[in-house]
Design a protein around this ligand. Structure first.
Ligand code: SF4
Length: 179
């Protein structure tokens, strides 16, 4: 039987969700009997993935044109898209910056403070365009949210195992740690 292709990528956040993913520990060996990790930012495997991924895992929120593009690519290339973490669900920690006036913050950082840009706000077209921080579901359709900051390794493992074995995952209270 063909292995399930799994890809992961991250957006704005702190990578804590990826640490939780790694906390699956040796159970990942079981998963990899039936799944192939095709792309991820934590190895030198290319990301975002090529076409034809079965299960995509996104962590964090969308906060600029670059992360918006990653979310769109993952959505278009993955049959099932999982969004990990509170950042993905409602913006979480990175969305705190939505309360800050970005123009004013850039002015303070580059014009009022000594900087390497000689008092100019960087405007290189290669730079990502800053946006209001948004949950992933506001940008692309998400099939499964795994909330938590970070979500538990048990919750992530449960969702992946169910999908890899062809079942629809249900996240009940025992997997959700509401502190
Ligand atoms: Fe980090 Fe929490 Fe956001 Fe995950 S949900 S990326 S752990 S801040």
């Amino acid at each position: 039987m063909a292995k399930v292709k799994v890809a992961s990528d991250w957006l704005a956040g702190c990578a804590g969700c990826h640490m939780s993913l790694l906390d699956i520990d040796e159970r990942i060996v079981d998963l990899l009997k039936a799944a192939d990790l095709t792309s991820t930012p934590i190895t030198d495997l290319k990301h975002p993935p090529a076409e034809g991924v079965d299960v995509g895992i996104l962590e964090g929120a969308v906060n600029n044109s670059a992360t918006e593009r990653v979310a769109q690519l993952m959505r278009s290339r993955c049959k099932i898209l999982i969004a990990l973490g509170d950042c993905a669900v409602f913006g979480g920690v990175p969305a705190l910056r939505n309360r800050v006036c970005m123009k004013e913050a850039l002015r303070r950082a580059y014009i009022e403070t000594e900087s390497t840009t000689d008092g100019a706000i960087p405007s290189d077209p290669e730079l990502a365009t800053m946006q209001e921080c948004r949950p992933v579901g506001d940008v692309v359709e998400v099939d499964i949210h795994v909330p938590g900051c970070p979500p538990s390794a048990d919750a992530i493992f449960h969702v992946l195992k169910e999908l890899v074995e062809g079942r629809k995952p249900v996240l009940n209270g025992k997997f959700l740690d509401w502190h």
